[in-house]
Design a protein around this ligand. Structure first.
Ligand code: ADP
Length: 353
């Protein structure tokens, strides 16, 4: 069939895809010091391809160092294009009918939005994973157009205090939107045909996300945002239909909130964030351990993504850290979270066997 022909032509890619099937990968990205911070000392002592060592500023000698292993570690000078090159095989597998989840995890200011979206002023070089993913999907579907006909549609939601909000619900969307979706039946699913259409929708989504935020309450760091891309491909020879789905999730900031200082709204937000991030960690850890029971129901996020976490689906967690000594405590807890998510598969599987 046409599908087999495409696979044959993309054999190397197909093999990569098979390797990734059902797997959980963790990439760690260290952001550079920001302009004006260059003279600060760094907690990052060593960066290798798959590991990094951090330095505790309060300890001396051997005790001061701690190493972590991940599938990849990107240092401060890694470009957006280099990060995307290691993400691309996963994204392309969506066109072959896989479900893929990509998460950005880390404390506020560690570079989550930079990885997924880009900096404030986005240039061609600084474009993040979201834009590159969509443009790649359109490009490949164009290349396959003699054998496959693809339909691409997107959803954008925000989860704040365990409440789901549709960021594309605005009347501004004149596209032929349809009222259906995977697990958020009420969220608008908008049919798109080009990257620029998606960028327009993302801008609408970002504007809608800002509603409800005040100067003192930058909601975007305390809510999860999810751009979901649904792909449906029809094999023009056999008529067979493939469905794949890509979730691009910018998670709420993982920083712990000082309980003695947080009250009211702030405390409630912090509790919801803690709960949902640890629920996500639990789900991923339990999938990696191949537990019979996976606790999807413990948070809105894991409930929504249930079909795309586990089974044949592929998960990539980008964990972000700041090199600043000031952030050492948060950096350590971020890396421990990531280690738990990553090493379970490598570590616990070894122990269990
Ligand atoms: P978060 O989404 O985790 O709160 P941001 O993505 O907003 O963090 O990053 C905080 C600041 O650091 C922003 O000004 C951003 O442009 C900058 N930044 C983050 N990562 C990088 C990077 N890899 N290269 C250059 N600047 C970065």
């Amino acid at each position: 069939s046409g599908y087999n022909k495409v696979l044959e032509e993309n054999r190397h890619l197909y093999n990569q895809v098979q390797d990734l099937k059902g797997s959980i990968r963790v990439y760690c990205r260290v952001r550079p010091f920001l302009p004006g911070q260059a003279s600060r000392s760094s907690t990052v002592d060593y960066i290798g391809d798959g590991n990094l060592t951090i330095l505790n500023p309060l300890k001396q000698g051997k005790d001061a160092r701690r190493s972590f292993n991940f599938n990849k570690v990107f240092g401060p000078s890694t470009t957006q294009a280099e990060v995307f090159a290691d993400t691309q095989p996963l994204i392309r597998s969506v066109l072959d009918g896989y479900n893929v989840c990509i998460f950005a995890y880390g404390q506020t200011g560690s570079g989550k939005t930079y990885t997924m979206n880009g900096p404030k002023e986005i240039t061609e070089q600084s474009r993040g994973v979201n834009y590159r993913a969509l443009s790649d999907l359109f490009c490949i579907s164009e290349q396959r157009r003699d054998t496959f006909s693809y339909e691409v549609s997107v959803q954008m939601i925000e989860i704040y205090n365990e409440q789901v909000r549709d960021l594309l619900a605005a009347d501004e969307i004149r596209n032929n939107s349809q009222q259906k979706g995977l697990n958020v039946p009420e969220a608008n699913l908008v049919l798109v045909t080009s990257t620029s259409e998606v960028v327009e929708l993302m801008n609408i989504g970002h504007r809608n996300r800002a509603v409800g935020a005040t100067a003192l309450n930058d909601r975007s760091s305390r809510s999860h945002s999810c751009l979901t891309v649904h792909v449906q491909g029809r094999d023009m020879t056999s008529g067979a239909v493939l469905r794949g789905c890509l979730h691009l999730v910018d998670l709420a900031g993982s920083e712990r909130v000082d309980k003695s200082e947080a009250t009211g709204e702030r405390l409630k937000e912090a509790q919801h964030i803690n709960k949902s991030l640890s629920a996500l960690g639990d789900v991923i850890a339990s999938l990696a351990q191949k537990n019979a029971h996976v606790p999807y129901r413990n948070s809105k996020l894991t409930q929504l993504l249930q079909d795309s976490l586990g089974g044949q689906a592929k998960t990539l967690m980008f964990v972000h850290i700041s090199p600043d000594v000031e952030a050492f405590g948060e950096t350590t807890s971020t890396l421990k979270f990531a280690e738990r998510v990553a090493s379970v598969e490598l570590g616990a599987a070894r122990v269990n066997k």
